[in-house]
Design a protein around this ligand. Structure first.
Ligand code: ADP
Ligand code: ZN
Length: 718
């Protein structure tokens, strides 16, 4: 018997299988999808068995051993890997690696073992007389068949050992899972309203492979729709995957799922330890968990018999993997839903323009929930012109917002303030010579963090201490400009000395569990004001919040990216959705320098339809997705002139290899031109249909593999 093995060789683009012989002893264990250890040149490598053959006409070596008892990649996963390779131009082995938890990847250096607990069993009750201490230990077995060994040891080490040695007690191991979900007392019983019921019925009508776009305003009760659909699917003996952008931002959703499905739930996300992840993964493989909730990579959960896949906040960019393989979990979900012939639900309060376009063409079924579930009204939005406020000296909080905060505090209602900028001051500049602290490796100014008293680069993490004199002219004339969440927190304490203020951003949530701590403290009203970055804009459901202030509403509008309007709308709309979720009416104060901007206007009128119409027009005119497909080719190097030269060559190559109608733009410098000492150029290609482009990029990839100064990377948009 022979097997083909896909070994992972360092060079990322080399994808080759090699044939090995399997000796008789290993024959029964060699299955497709298992990992095997093989000799490779002078090394020993791990690889995945991709095929089994009876014979071969080439000379082969023997495999050394089979690592897994059961395949870690089933037939579906093996196919899915090929799909990833085709669509993202990655190597097959990197595709498989990204699908598996660290402990199961080929070449993983972690030697992960199931965690076990040692118990004792009383196996020989007819033993000779025992000592007093020994009897104390044996007493533990009066009401229990098994007793924790640690419990016996705590009475007496030596007596326990003697009892085992004399064959009176016997040790045995039992596996325990490292991840134990918190029990919760979420006790709200909910009856679906007609809107929700309609959606559940539509989605579960046929339970075949259809895509549904569930467009439900914030607070419309989408979570209950998910839960009801999944209950039906489970009743049919099937399983479900739910994807969320970020677990820590959706503690309330997870709680509701635990309440509905208990131990049927497995959670997969990035803050699990390797061991926890390994255990959750095995629980899923063994069929012990039937509902998987997780972030992007949970789309690869090894569930069999999937009955539904649900993607919450489907517009979120968190579903796109930033490094190779650059898969889009939404596209992978479509592929898996096809394989299992099951429905896929894409849900959001602000669906992506692409998904909306597809539902307009009836590729997706459009379902809408336009009202909040508990009949609370969507909050009223007031737009404040900050140019006017600045003139009156109200640069941070407008008069209107300050007044409304005071009012809320008086009524014991809570306030959330969104400022999408972490740190204290965004620039430090010398007023005498004009010097500005900049990152030496990136093309941006450093942000001052007061708590840690240092300057930080938000691209590469470079840090530097601030002195009180200018490093250039040595004058004591450094000025702190710009507003970050840290400074805002201080400012609020100063203006409202009696208010209890808490902050949530990347810096205040570095410890595991800190999100939950902050959200639950705020929920139980230990604080009056929650300040935060976009982290606080999504998913949170606090009944007592009646006011949301948005400070730099327009900050993301001016980023030169075709998606910035869409991003801004969705961020602001989500943030607005945090207010007035309970019985009291909510209001939003939106501070901007562009009160007449069309997007700001649409947000303030809660008018997603007009925004979409406007944005679709812009995209059609400028030939952007969803009207055109787009591939961004990013070209990078530490050597600027080599980069420039190579970029021009790549453009020539593309011109000669792709369809004539395909638009090629660039090379130009990327938005993030210099990051960690690496220069970035971009070439854009836009096309409706081009069968030549993928083969061309593959060829380009092979060519670039030989270049050790310049490397490339792709981003796919459609
Ligand atoms: P979404 O995810 O659409 O923003 P949620 O699922 O978080 O909305 O629901 C918003 C709020 O409405 C929650 O507090 C939830 O408990 C409540 N809710 C959902 N469905 C119902 C219902 N049918 N009746 C009463 N309250 C409901
Ligand atoms: Zn930097």
């Amino acid at each position: 018997m022979y097997v083909e093995i896909l070994v992972e060789i360092k060079s990322k683009h080399i994808d080759k299988t090699f044939t090995y012989h399997v000796n008789d002893e290993l024959k029964s264990r060699a299955k497709v999808g298992c990992r095997a250890l093989v000799p490779f040149g002078r090394q020993t490598l791990e690889g995945y068995i991709t095929n089994i053959k009876k014979e071969t006409n080439i000379e082969t070596k023997d495999i050394i051993s089979i690592i897994d008892d059961e395949p870690i990649l089933n037939e579906e996963m093996l196919e899915l890997g090929k799909y990833l390779k085709e669509t993202t131009l990655c190597s097959l082995s990197s595709a498989y690696s990204s699908m598996l938890p660290k402990a199961l990847k080929a070449k993983a250096k972690v030697n992960m073992k199931p965690k076990t607990i040692t118990y004792l069993e009383y196996i020989n009750p007819n033993h000779e007389k025992t000592t007093k201490t020994q009897n104390l230990i044996l007493d533990l077995f009066k009401d229990n068949k098994k007793v924790l060994k640690s419990e016996a040891l705590s009475i007496s080490k030596s007596s326990t050992q003697t009892l085992i040695k004399n064959g009176i007690l016997k040790e045995f191991q039992e596996e325990v899972y490292r991840y134990i979900p918190k029990d919760n007392n979420y006790a709200k019983e909910i009856t679906l309203n007609t809107m929700q019921e309609y959606c559940v019925n539509e989605i579960t009508k046929s339970l075949t492979n259809e895509v549904y776009l569930l467009h439900g305003v914030t607070g419309s009760g989408k979570t209950e729709v998910y839960i009801e659909c999944i209950k039906k699917v489970i009743k049919n003996g099937k399983t479900a995957i739910v994807l969320v952008p970020e677990i820590s931002l959706t503690p309330q959703l997870i709680e509701r799922f635990y309440h509905a499905f208990k131990s049927d739930i497995a959670v997969l996300h990035s803050s699990l330890s390797d061991g926890e992840r390994y255990d959750e993964y095995r629980r899923i493989m063994r069929g012990e968990a039937r509902v998987v909730i997780g972030t992007r990579s949970a789309i690869f959960a090894p569930l069999k018999n999937i009955g539904i896949i649900i993607i919450d906040e489907e517009h979120s960019e968190a579903y796109k993997q930033e490094n190779n393989p650059k898969y889009d979990a939404r596209e992978v979900a479509k592929e898996r839903a096809k394989y299992h012939n099951c429905p896929l639900v894409l849900a959001s309060a602000t669906p992506s323009i692409t998904s909306l376009a597809r539902s307009m063409k009836h590729v997706y079924h459009y379902l809408s929930m336009p009202k909040r579930a508990n009949a609370s009204l969507l909050p009223e939005v007031t737009v404040v012109d900050m140019a006017e406020e600045n003139k009156t000296g109200h640069a941070i909080l407008s008069r209107e917002l300050e007044y409304r905060i005071i009012e809320c505090l008086e009524h014991q209602e809570q306030v959330m303030i969104l400022l999408n900028r972490r740190g204290h001051s965004t620039t430090i500049t010398c007023s005498s010579c004009g010097y500005t602290y900049k990152c030496p490796y990136c093309d941006i100014s450093l942000t001052y963090h007061k708590t840690s008293k240092n300057l930080r680069c938000h691209y590469c993490g470079y840090t530097k201490y601030v002195s009180d004199t200018c490093p250039n002219c040595h004058e004591k004339s450094l000025n702190y400009y710009g507003l970050g969440t840290e400074k805002l927190e201080d400012y609020l304490r100063e203006v409202f000395p009696r208010a209890r203020v808490i902050r949530m951003d990347r810096d205040s949530t570095t410890k595991k569990g800190s999100h939950e701590k902050i959200t639950s403290a705020f929920e139980s009203q230990e604080y009056d004001i929650l300040v935060g970055t976009q982290m606080i804009s999504k998913g949170l459901d606090f009944n007592n919040v009646t006011l949301v202030g948005i400070l730099n509403a327009d900050a993301s509008l001016n980023i030169p990216d075709y998606r910035s309007s869409e991003r801004t709308f969705s961020l602001l709309h989500q943030a607005c959705g945090r207010a007035g979720r309970g019985l009291k009416k909510g209001s939003i104060i939106l501070q901007t320098f562009y009160p007449d901007n069309y997007i700001i206007k649409c947000v303030s009128k809660n008018d997603y339809k007009s925004f979409v119409k406007y944005e679709m027009n812009v995209r059609r005119t400028l030939k952007y997705p969803p009207f055109y497909r787009m591939i961004t080719i990013r070209i990078m190097s530490k050597d600027y002139s080599a980069l420039k030269e190579e970029s021009l060559k790549i453009k020539e190559f593309l011109k000669n290899h792709v369809n004539e109608e395909t638009i090629i733009l660039g090379p130009s410098t990327a938005n993030m031109f210099l990051v960690s000492g690496v220069y970035h150029f971009e070439i854009l290609t836009k096309y409706k249909f081009d069968d030549k482009i993928k083969p061309a990029l593959e060829e380009l990839d092979n060519l670039m593999n030989l270049n050790n100064k310049v490397w490339i990377d792709y981003e796919f948009d459609s």
